[in-house]
Design a protein around this ligand. Structure first.
Ligand code: BGC
Length: 776
């Protein structure tokens, strides 16, 4: 009897269960009335088993299906056909592939995906952060930190479009970029990946990158899906070390770190990657408020959320907020994670299936996640043709891309110092000059490119294309090898006593010494540092060069501002090249010898002293502590610009009436040139201590020698808003100022040798100001 009763009950349970897996459509699944793609998504979703759904939410690293260094199709088949794996990232064992190898590899993967029950294509992702990373011979552009110095969003769009073409030519349709982290702390080793310290600048440049990646339409063979990252608060760890806890008040989170993501979500970005770290003790991967309530519900993000590397595992292994993998998967998926970058095992897949079967993760959450992922796959055209598209190989490695890389490097390089010697500026150098070239950056490709350059850390000089020059080669090409004496080291190595002796020995035979200093390539955590000071061996080299009495010019290739206050007073010229990419050396040579007029502007405050890492928009109350070596927005030119007649169109701005701001800019020098104009506002009185000033607009213009232009901006009430103590964005009635920096006023900190106090600061002297009033 018992037995008879047991069988139908078991059957019923099985039936109910399979019914649940196959037909449940969650009301929370994103849908839009009349949207054909969502209908397709929901149709497909209704046919999927739980296992197939969880497979779509799983991303693994290519190393998981390699045997003896080769792609193992049996392993691939097991993942994709048996387990319904939805996504793969990076190359096996962090190596660069040729374009052809990528195309073959992606074709193999998608062919195997076609063997699966529902033939759902795989979405493949990589980090093409400054050009295409893992494809040999791709074009590498300056890192974001340099691109931010260009103040040229159109240029960024152009570069991103090129990246999209080269990535897609490789058969890949998903790019983990742009980085929208606001680089507030130069100790953080991912500073070079940011667009600098200003929220507005990061938002503008980041959205241009998204447009470049996606403007042609995701299904077009010239586009890739962007992935904004790393949401939220990643760049502000309390101790400056990568992936360590951050403590960020909500008011700062919303004022400083959130706006670029808000802007990108409005642009329609389809994917987002989460910050590996924690904020106020809660890892972001477990933060339902940030991932669901704020991002998906309040901001209306309709794309899918992917974890960063191993970050669900981190929740128990490193953050220790849960005891095991099961609790970690549960908390992360329930918080709003849609896809897990696992990436080295099956721990996510197996566990999530169990959790759903046990009722710990609702099916509605799974359906929501999977529908978001499928939507992006449909939009990318992967269901129509998942293979590398015919003819797209031609979009790789075009001559014009190299030109774009050169333009970008030229526009980013920032002239920070150009002293006058005997009535003449030290730069540009005469092409007949004899040069002594020294320092670890002179003969290194890695230092020019930094992280995400053919491989993750970018430090293998032998992976760079033969066409890439070092600074030494570019200078030799420009003025003839006979005019250049180079003192090692070969590659970014330590400077020895013999290099120092050679500098002393050769100094008399040359007209100027060019020192290539900075830092080697690194990526993420292995770029953590304890000292922002330029290393001792490089300081010693510079001191030796200065002591020779010859003009000394510094070229800095570095991802963050290494402090140079011990040598800066002795050098005559400083060119900050950031990580200038493939064409950096040619750009530097053009600038050094006057064929290009530099116009980069600092996207961060270059610190003067190691314990004074203050951002430019510090609260007015603390403004007297803003003592950088060079302030935010600083950058010189070979010509002179006069900036005058700053005017506002009305003395009052209201909700319905924006104001226009205009300023006259004249090139009063002898050389044609570009200049970026940064426009700031200052709130004179506010209910919370106002920042000293905030960047609100920027633009760049070209001026022939002698030419004038009127530059105009429009400001609205929203531009004057801030997050108040109730965490609401408000604009308060009262007095404001607009400010534009006057480039003719120098803004360099100098330390009084005796008192060690900074003598000259980024004072108001540097700014033209105009008052106005906001009336609601
Ligand atoms: C980085 C991400 C990157 C991911 C995939 C992580 O270690 O934090 O920025 O997108 O790896 O390569």
């Amino acid at each position: 009897m018992k037995r008879i009763l047991f069988i139908p009950l078991a059957l019923l349970i099985i039936l109910l269960h399979s019914c649940k897996e196959n037909t449940v459509k969650s009301p929370s699944v994103i849908n839009e009335e009349g949207n054909e793609t969502y209908s397709k998504v929901n149709d497909l979703l209704s046919q999927m088993t739980l296992e197939e759904k969880v497979g779509q939410m799983t991303q693994i690293n290519a190393s998981m299906f390699v045997t003896d260094g080769q792609i193992d199709e049996a392993k691939l088949r097991k993942q994709i056909v048996e387990r319904g794996l939805g996504s793969i990232l990076n190359t096996p064992f962090n190596q660069a592939y040729s374009l052809e190898d990528w195309r073959t590899y992606i074709t193999t993967i998608q062919n195997i995906a076609k063997e699966s029950r529902l033939k759902i294509p795989v979405i493949y992702g990589i980090d093409a952060i400054h050009g295409t990373t893992y494809t040999k011979n791709s074009t590498l552009f300056p890192h974001n930190i340099g691109l931010a110095a260009t103040r040229n969003p159109e240029l960024i769009k152009t570069l991103s479009k090129i990246t999209a073409k080269e990535v897609r030519a490789s058969g890949i349709r998903w790019n983990f970029d742009p980085v929208l982290d606001v680089g507030r702390n130069p100790l953080w080793p991912r500073f070079e990946e940011t667009y600098g310290e200003d929220t507005y600048l990061v938002g503008e440049m980041g959205t241009s990158a998204i447009l470049g990646y996606e403007e042609d339409g995701l299904s077009n063979p010239t586009a890739v899906a962007a992935c904004i990252k790393h949401y939220l608060g990643y760049p502000a760890p309390a101790i400056g070390k990568d992936r360590t806890p951050a403590y960020i008040p909500d008011i700062v989170l919303k004022e400083t770190f959130l706006p670029p993501f808000e802007k990108a979500v409005k642009t329609g970005c389809p994917t987002l990657m989460v910050n590996s770290g924690s904020i106020n003790g809660v890892p972001v991967h477990a933060n339902k408020y940030l991932l669901t309530d704020l991002l998906k519900d309040e901001l209306g993000f309709k794309g899918f959320v992917v974890t960063d590397w191993e970050d669900i595992i981190y929740l128990y292994r490193d953050h220790k907020i849960v005891k095991d993998n099961s609790e970690a998967v549960k908390i992360a998926v329930n918080a709003g994670i849609d896809m897990s970058m696992v990436p080295y095992d099956d721990s996510f897949y197996d566990t999530l299936i169990e959790l759903v079967n046990d009722g710990e993760v609702p099916m509605s959450r799974i359906d929501d996640a999977v529908s978001r992922i499928l939507k992006v796959k449909f939009d990318l055209g992967l269901f129509d043709n998942p293979f590398p598209e015919e003819g797209t190989s031609e979009n790789f490695g075009k001559e014009e891309y190299a030109q774009a890389a050169l333009d970008a490097a030229q526009e980013s390089i920032t002239l920070l110092k150009n002293d006058t010697i005997q009535g003449k500026s030290v730069l540009p150098l005469n092409k007949n000059s004899r040069i002594l070239l020294a320092g670890p950056g002179a003969n290194s490709l890695a230092t020019l490119n930094g992280s995400w350059s053919y491989i993750w850390e970018g430090f293998s000089d032998d992976l760079y294309p033969d066409t890439n020059l070092t600074i030494k080669e570019a200078i030799e090409n420009k003025i003839g090898a006979g005019n250049v004496t180079t003192v090692g080291p070969e590659g970014f190595k330590e400077i020895t006593d013999s290099h120092i002796s050679l500098v002393k020995g050769f100094a008399n035979t040359v007209d100027a010494i060019v020192l290539c200093l900075g830092e080697n390539s690194y990526a993420e955590t292995n770029g953590n540092m304890d000292d922002l000071m330029l290393p001792d061996d490089q300081l010693k080299l510079a001191q030796t060069a200065i002591a020779t009495g010859k003009p000394v010019i510094l070229i800095l290739t570095q991802g963050r501002p290494l402090i140079i206050n011990r040598i800066e007073p002795g050098v005559d010229g400083v060119l900050l090249a950031y990580r200038p990419g493939s064409k950096g050396p040619e750009a530097l040579a053009n600038i050094l010898f006057g064929e290009y007029n530099p116009n980069g502007k600092l996207p961060f405050s270059y610190p003067h002293q190691p314990a004074n890492l203050v951002n430019y928009d510090i609260a007015t109350r603390a403004e007297s502590f803003y003592n950088p070596q060079w302030p935010f927005g600083y950058g010189l030119s070979y010509t002179k610009f006069k900036i005058e007649d700053l005017k506002v169109s009305a003395d009052t701005i209201s909700s319905s009436k924006p104001i226009n701001v205009s300023v006259k800019v004249t090139n009063t020098g002898k050389m044609d040139g570009k200049i970026a104009i940064d426009l700031y506002t200052r709130d004179l009185v506010a209910s919370i201590i106002p920042p000293s000033k905030k960047l609100k607009r920027f633009t760049k213009i070209d001026l022939k020698a002698g030419e004038s232009k009127i530059v105009e901006f429009e400001l609205t009430k929203e531009d004057l808003s801030f997050i108040n103590s109730d965490l609401k964005r408000v604009t308060e009635e009262g007095d404001f100022e607009v400010l534009v920096s006057d480039d003719s006023v120098r803004a360099v900190s100098e330390v009084d040798a005796k008192s060690r106090k900074v003598k000259e600061k980024d004072t108001d002297k540097r700014f033209l100001k105009a008052p106005f009033y906001y009336h609601p």
